[in-house]
Design a protein around this ligand. Sequence first.
Ligand code: ARG
Length: 456
Amino acid sequence: MWGGRFAGGPSALMREINASIGFDKRLWRQDIAASLAHVAMLETQGIVSEEDESAIAEGLERIEDEYCLKGVPEDPALEDIHMHVEARLAELIGPAAGRLHTARSRNDQVATDFKLWVRDSIDEVDRALNAFQRVLVARAEEHAESVMPGFTHLQTAQPVTLGHHLMAYYEMLRRDRSRFADARARLNQCPLGAAALAGTGFPIDREATAAALGFDGPTANSLDSVSDRDFALDYLMAATQCVLHLSRLAEELIVWASQPFGFVRLPDAFSTGSSIMPQKRNPDAAELVRGHAGRIAGAMVSLTMTMKGLPLAYSKDMQDDKPPVFEAHDLLMLSLQALAGMVEATDFDTGRMRAAAEAGFATATDLADWLVREANVPFREAHHITGRAVKAAEERGCALADLSDAVLGEIDPRLDARVRAVLTVDASVRSRTSYGGTAPGRVREQIKRAKKALAG
Ligand code: ARG
């Protein structure tokens, strides 16, 4: 491509370090789409003849068919996807192929292709998030009344419902979708026509190419256009935040599937056995989602470090922008689908969940609240009295509701038999009726809102 000035070709090592075709071939669809938009504009503007334009467009469409059928054939002599397409075009249509690169550079070309790719990825991730949300909502509806222990510090805290717990993840994914949507909106300006860095003297129409490629308009500054990778970082940061959420759910499934918990039985389709311990049923898929979170966060840090301190405009360091994004995309899509599959098919052992909620003095707060409500005791004092009740129950090895009237009276004279009514886990859950609370009615309200949002 730059033979005019060079006497010798690159060394084998130079070729190897310079090559990006091994990974940027994933941009082929976007590269062809951007070239088609570019050449159509060149023709409209009278920069390329109608004849050359149709030869170029037909050639590009033929390459598209070829790649679609057989993939991109990698030629080690050609550095990247842009050169592969151009070289193939020259083979197909001859010297007219050389006109395609008028008024553009690989710098604006790669920025455009990559933005288009990230935009497609965002749309794909959004569909996967939407599908996962539907699974969560369906399972939450099924379990709007199933009682389980709610935890803080992984210590039994207060009873909640499984539906409420699952809807917490729905909310996380809702924020993830909004983060990806923000990234998409910010990304949607077209760098094509910024050329190498300074713009071009040809009378191009950047509005036209931007519109043809579904962008809201052209980018405003050519230097920024070719050196900006914010969109890739926005994407990686949204992906990192999203997979952090997934890793938390994965971790919960792992803990819940452990024998001491026994809250869930993971589906066969998402578990593995052990080669030596026949009793085992390992939550590998969930563990891998938890592990992939580290790799996606690593990808985000990788591109952050690549971009740090780079002078304007394009530098070849930026070629390293693609592997972390591709890796994050692949891992995120897999994680989303696998985790959604697990949640969809997991058997929740609601009996064990309820028993666990009943075991850990989870209704202690209800006892304290009852003292506040019925006997006008200040909450701090009620908390102390309840602490004594928990101690008494612990000593006797019984539940709070099983303390005798006499013992209750000893703990505090304001305690009497009526308090037992608030000490069941069902009563506790039903009483949490504040907005966003765990009462089944409130959970159903959340589900209703979610269904509406998912339908809209
Ligand atoms: N393969 C290159 C990349 O991904 C394309 C841009 C090359 N530009 C250049 N000035 N060498 O960044």
